[in-house]
Design a protein around this ligand. Structure first.
Ligand SMILES: [Zn+2]
Length: 390
């Protein structure tokens, strides 16, 4: 027994270590010369609109491997053309490693909360979100995600619950936001118990309740082209949207959201989440991450094209945390890249932020995630922020 135990421990360590050293090679584009022009710093004029894009689980390795795969070592993704970069510390109130609920609440409310909590402080008090305050100020607002729209990141901008798992309640709370555009996956929490795929335990049909409030409801990419209403609920899949053959793409949803919201002369606030970069990280699946980074970057191009044309739109790209401990190691040739994962969970490594538009320069440097939310609130003219509801 005394001899067996150490051997068992060594065997276990080897197994654990093998799991932690999982690697795969991905191809590097050696032919591309795509290098979009870098965007200039613009004068610190008026901010009319703010578009906040969150790449869930997106660290430097996710972005860099995406760049190597899509446009090669000398290329640039669109998200790399923004003139200002910053770094964001992501710890939550109760853990050095955040989850997406507390990670998004840091941005939406400007407060650190416990992992799993949505739009609330650790003591259960609710905090007003950027989206709610922008809506109250007369701006139009929108949420776009490739996960279900009731998933932690979008939920943190339009709901207040102690647990991210309360997605049926989150869907119902979205009715109160007044948000003009909600696009993504997640029909499962909007359709009544008993309907195929429903994950509700009650008979409420949240889609019908949205329609009663004047929203147009759509569920296919084709319908995106013929939307006539200025209030839109689009749920394109029962759960998270498919990663392969996604339709509509994040870019298509983002463009539609901007088309509708930009009709408001008072301006708008839009949160767009590339939700599944995180899921690729949890799966330690580099191909999944690459697909999702490409989908994200295509959406960034839509957003940037609008912002450049508009001139009064601040664009901030960030993440909630890194996922997978993704890194890149030595490969035999320039045509391949070896990806190594160190975990199937989130990590605490700081994440990159990029900004473009009026006042973008103010996003340079090291940040607490909460400070980013507070900065956006100030720039939107929301003087009291964070707002805690007693
Ligand atoms: Zn995650």
């Amino acid at each position: 027994m005394n001899k067996v135990l150490p051997l068992l421990i060594i065997a276990a360590l080897i197994i654990v270590n093998c799991k932690a050293q999982e690697s795969e090679t991905i191809s590097v584009n050696t032919k591309s010369t795509v290098k979009p022009e870098k965007l200039p710093l613009v004068n610190n004029g008026k901010i009319k609109n703010v578009i906040l894009m969150i790449g869930d689980g997106t660290g430097l390795a996710q972005l860099s491997s995406g760049q190597l795969n899509v446009v090669g070592k000398e290329g640039l993704l669109h998200l790399q053309t923004l003139p200002v970069t910053g770094l964001v510390k992501t710890y939550s109130a109760d853990n050095l490693i955040t989850d997406s609920a507390s990670g998004a609440t840091a941005y939406s409310c400007g407060v650190k909360t416990d992992n799993g909590m949505i739009g609330q402080l650790p003591d259960g008090k609710a905090c007003k979100t950027l989206l709610e305050l922008a809506e109250a100020k007369g701006l139009s607002t929108g949420l776009v995600s490739t996960s279900g729209v009731t998933h932690a990141t979008p939920a943190s901008f339009g709901a207040h619950v102690p647990s991210r798992s309360m997605q049926a309640e989150i869907a119902a709370q979205f009715l109160n936001t007044g948000s003009e555009v909600i696009l993504g996956g997640g029909q499962e929490y909007f359709i009544p118990h008993g309907q195929q795929g429903s994950r509700r335990t009650d008979d409420r049909n949240i889609i019908s309740e949205f329609e009663a409030l004047g929203y147009e409801y759509i569920s296919t990419a084709e319908q995106l082209g013929s939307v006539s209403s200025d209030k839109l609920l689009g749920l394109f899949s029962i759960s998270g949207m498919p990663s392969e053959g996604r339709s509509p793409t994040l870019a298509q949803m983002s463009k539609k959201a901007i088309d509708i919201l930009s009709k408001d002369q008072d301006g708008f606030f839009l949160m767009i989440e590339a939700s599944q970069i995180d899921w690729g990280g949890h799966d330690n699946d580099a191909q999944y991450v690459l697909r999702e980074v490409k989908d994200y970057d295509d959406a960034v191009k839509e957003v940037i094209d609008f912002a450049v044309e508009d001139g009064e739109t601040l664009v901030v790209l960030t993440a909630d945390h890194e996922t997978g401990g993704m890194t890149m190691q030595y490969s035999e040739s320039d045509e391949e890249l070896t990806i190594v994962w160190t975990t199937g969970s989130h990590t605490g490594i700081p994440i990159p932020m990029m900004a473009y538009g009026p006042h973008a320069i103010e996003f340079s440097g090291w940040w607490e995630n909460t400070e980013v939310g507070i900065k956006i609130a100030r720039l939107l003219g929301l003087k009291d922020f964070p707002v805690i509801i007693e």
